[in-house]
Design a binder for this molecule. Structure first.
Ligand code: FE2
Ligand code: FE2
Length: 332
C-alpha cells in the first residue's frame, strides 16, 4: 500500500510539471497505462525521442496489438494532438466504464485504474490556462492531500458508484474537489479540514445515483416534477454518507447543503445565512463554476472569465461573496 501511495503521489506531482509544457504545445501528454491490448483508437498516438522530436507511433483508426502495447511500455512519453482531446475523452470514458463494471477486478485494482483516469482529468484541468494556471501555491499543498483522498478505499468505493452511474458526474466531482482543495488552501484551512473538504466535494453529488439517470442527463429543461426529483439528490447523498459511517458535521453539511442559497431560496431545506456552514459555501462556488465552464453535448463551455462575472453579478444573494472573491483572486 505504501508503495502504491508513493507512486500515486509522484504521478500527481509530475502532472503539474507536464501542464506547463502543454500550454504552448500542439500535443498533450497522456498516461500510457490507459492503453490496453485490442483497444481501438480513432486518434493518432505520438512519441517523443531522445532529441525531443515528435513522431507518429500509431495512426488513428488502429487497434493496439501486442507488439505495440509492449513498445508503448518502453517509451518515456506518449502524446496525442490537443485537437483530438474530445476523441480521447470518449476513449477514456468507455475504458473506465468497462473496468468499473468488471466483476473480476478487486476494489484495489479498480482504485488504481480510477486513479489513472483521475490524474488524466487533473492534468486537463491544470493545463487549462483559463482555470488553475495561477493557483501555483495551492498545488504544492493540495497535491499530497489529493493523493491521499484518491487512494482512500472507503472514499473510492463510494466514488465508484458515481463513475458507474454517470461519467460527467465523475469528471465534475473530481473538478469540484480540486477547486475546493485549492480554494480551501487559499483560505488557510488546516490539512485535516482540507482532506475532509476534498472528500466532501468529491462525493457532493453522490445522491444523484438515486435519481433516474434520464432526469440527470436530460438535455432539455426539466419539468416541474423532474426538477422536484432532482432536488432530492443532496438529501439522498446525505443519507448515503450517514450509512457510510461519516459523522463529521462539516463533511455531511458539504453534501447536504451544497445547493442551499444564502437568502433561503435553495434546496433541500431552504436554510439561510449562518445555517449554511463553510463547506457547503465553498462547494457551492466550485460546483457552479465547474458547471458553467464545462462543455456538455447540449451546451458550450463558458470562459472562466465570463463565468466569474456572471457569478459575481447575479449570485450575490446566493453565494458567499467573500469566498467568491478569494476564488476569483486565486484564478486570476
Ligand atoms: Fe449537486
Ligand atoms: Fe455538482
Amino acid at each position: 500500500m505504501i508503495q502504491r501511495t508513493q507512486i500515486r503521489q509522484t504521478k500527481i506531482n509530475s502532472l503539474f510539471t507536464q501542464s506547463k509544457e502543454s500550454e504552448v504545445f500542439p500535443y498533450m501528454l497522456v498516461d500510457k497505462k490507459v492503453f490496453h491490448i485490442d483497444d481501438y483508437i480513432d486518434f493518432s498516438i505520438f512519441y517523443s525521442d531522445e532529441n525531443h522530436s515528435i513522431s507518429v507511433f500509431l495512426e488513428q483508426n488502429s487497434t493496439i496489438g501486442l507488439k505495440y502495447l509492449h513498445k508503448i511500455k518502453t517509451l518515456d512519453e506518449i502524446l496525442i494532438l490537443k485537437s483530438d482531446r474530445e476523441k480521447y475523452d470518449i476513449f477514456l470514458e468507455k475504458n473506465i466504464q468497462n473496468i468499473v463494471d468488471d466483476k473480476a477486478l478487486s476494489i484495489d485494482e479498480k482504485c488504481d485504474i480510477i486513479y489513472e483516469s483521475s490524474t488524466e482529468l487533473t492534468l486537463s484541468l491544470y493545463s487549462n490556462p483559463e482555470a488553475l494556471k495561477n493557483a501555483q501555491i495551492s498545488k504544492s499543498i493540495i497535491t499530497p492531500i489529493l493523493g491521499t483522498i484518491l487512494h482512500n478505499n472507503n472514499t473510492i468505493s463510494s466514488y465508484i458508484k458515481i463513475i458507474e452511474y454517470d461519467y460527467y458526474t465523475h469528471t465534475h466531482s473530481l473538478n469540484v474537489s480540486i477547486y475546493a482543495l485549492c480554494l480551501g488552501s487559499e483560505m488557510k484551512l488546516n490539512e485535516e479540514k482540507l482532506s475532509l473538504l476534498g472528500r466532501a466535494a468529491l462525493l457532493h453529488d453522490l445522491g444523484k445515483s438515486k435519481v433516474d439517470i434520464n432526469i440527470v442527463n436530460k438535455k432539455a429543461k426539466l419539468t416541474q416534477n423532474e426538477f422536484k426529483k432532482m432536488k432530492m439528490h443532496p438529501s439522498f447523498g446525505y443519507e448515503i454518507a450517514l450509512k457510510m459511517g461519516i459523522e463529521d458535521k462539516d463533511f455531511l453539511d458539504g453534501i447536504h447543503y451544497h445547493h442551499e442559497k444564502l437568502n433561503g431560496t435553495g434546496y433541500p431545506d431552504n436554510i439561510k445565512d449562518k445555517a449554511i456552514t463553510l463547506f457547503p459555501r465553498i462547494i457551492a462556488v466550485c460546483d457552479i463554476f465547474d458547471a458553467l465552464t464545462s462543455r456538455r453535448s447540449y451546451k458550450d463551455a463558458m470562459t472562466s472569465f465570463d463565468a466569474l462575472i456572471l457569478m459575481k453579478r447575479e449570485m450575490s444573494n446566493h453565494l458567499d461573496m467573500k469566498i467568491l472573491g478569494i476564488f476569483i483572486k486565486m484564478l486570476h
